[in-house]
Design a protein around this ligand. Structure first.
Ligand code: UT7
Length: 326
């Protein structure tokens, strides 16, 4: 059989800033309660970056851990793709700042802006380089400081988000072209710009020149999430040539416990195959999937060779899913 080049995840790392903000902390200044937040979302706490920590600092920590796990150094990295919606600066890209801070050699570095779907989109972008032999060692990072976009008087959004970063190292390896191969086996990416008003930030460089605040019609986003994500999950499985029942671990975007359970139920994945970090991390946007992946790998649940299914949905609307054999 003809050999094919696969993009293989060889190292995973996550980083959460030190400060933990509990639901009770938020209830001191916004009209909410621990009970409401847990019942409607599953969130118990979130991490918040220190005032002097930029998103690139979180990304660098996660990247360092992923490189160690892969047995690589910064000198090996020739491609950096960062999924983020909360960059240090309007430009340059966070990816080039990470490149400088890590001390990587001249290579390719750019950001992907697909909000909460950023990590799945970034993986697909990196696959376009790695699986064509154009990168020997890629860092794919999801990193966010979502707390910087919050309107702290809006209880419908400010309780939902947290900060953090997750990273993977992706390297090319020859496969047999079967579903037994390690690597990124299938994708389904989607966007529907007509739904912009459901989830957006009310500021930007070329409109009002402000950073702005996150605005969301939560129940409308919720309504779209389960149906849209489920369709993408089946499409990614078909793209990979697997059945959803072949999946060992389901690693969803961690927006809301009710959404990820709803998707798992709709696509027929049992409760014990779901990695959930919603309670401890809240919604870290593009960082949530690689952070959940890192947690599952670190605690020994996720093992090399297993089949993983990732999914996300966020502002745009954008959404998507990805099948990986680790
Ligand atoms: O990652 C990007 C994708 N984002 C998401 O996936 C988020 C999707 N949406 C959600 O997770 C849920 O819609 C929320 C958690 C945001 C809200 O849950 P819900 O069950 O859809 O509640 P709701 O928005 O319909 O609001 C129900 C009630 C409202 O009060 P009234 O109008 O019924 O009196 C809200 O004002 O809950 C109220 N409420 C709160 N109460 C206490 C909203 N936020 C809070 C709060 N504490 N933090």
């Amino acid at each position: 059989m003809t050999k094919v080049l696969r993009s293989v995840v060889t190292g995973v790392g996550g980083y959460l800033p030190d400060e933990v903000v509990t639901n009770a902390d938020l209830a001191k200044f916004v009209d909410t309660s621990d009970e409401w937040i847990i019942e409607r979302t599953g969130i118990r706490q979130r991490h918040r970056a220190a005032p002097d920590q930029a998103v690139s600092d979180l990304a660098v920590e996660a990247a360092r851990r992923a490189l160690v796990a892969a047995g690589k150094t910064a000198a090996d990295v020739d491609l950096i793709v960062v999924g983020t919606t909360t960059p240090d600066l309007t430009f340059p890209a966070v990816a080039t700042i990470v490149q400088r801070k890590l001390g990587c050699p001249i290579g390719v570095a750019f950001d992907v802006q697909a909000v909460c779907s950023g990590f799945v989109y970034a993986l697909s972008a990196a696959d376009g380089f790695v699986a064509r032999g154009r990168s020997k060692c890629a860092l794919v990072i999801g990193a966010e400081t979502m707390t910087r976009l919050m309107d702290w008087t809006d209880r419908g959004t400010c309780v939902l988000f947290g900060d953090g970063a997750g990273a993977v190292v992706v390297e090319p390896m020859e496969g047999e072209g079967t579903t037994a191969d390690r690597g990124l086996l299938g994708f389904a990416l989607r966007a529907d710009g007509t739904k912009q008003d459901l989830l957006y930030v009310d500021g930007g460089v070329s409109t009002n020149g402000q950073i702005g605040h996150l605005r969301m019609q939560g129940n409308q986003v919720f309504r779209h999430a389960v149906v849209n994500i489920s369709e993408a999950v089946f499409a990614a499985a078909a793209d990979a040539g697997i059945e959803v029942s072949d999946v060992d671990w389901f690693i969803p975007h961690q927006a809301n416990q009710r959404i990820l359970e709803g998707v798992a139920k709709r696509v027929g994945i049992s409760h014990d195959k779901v990695i959930s970090t919603v309670a401890e991390h809240a919604n870290t946007s593009a960082a949530s999937i690689p952070l959940a992946l890192a947690k599952g790998v670190e605690d020994g649940r996720i093992k090399p060779g297993q089949m993983l299914l990732l999914e996300a949905m966020g502002g745009g609307l954008t959404w998507g899913a990805c099948v990986i054999r680790l």
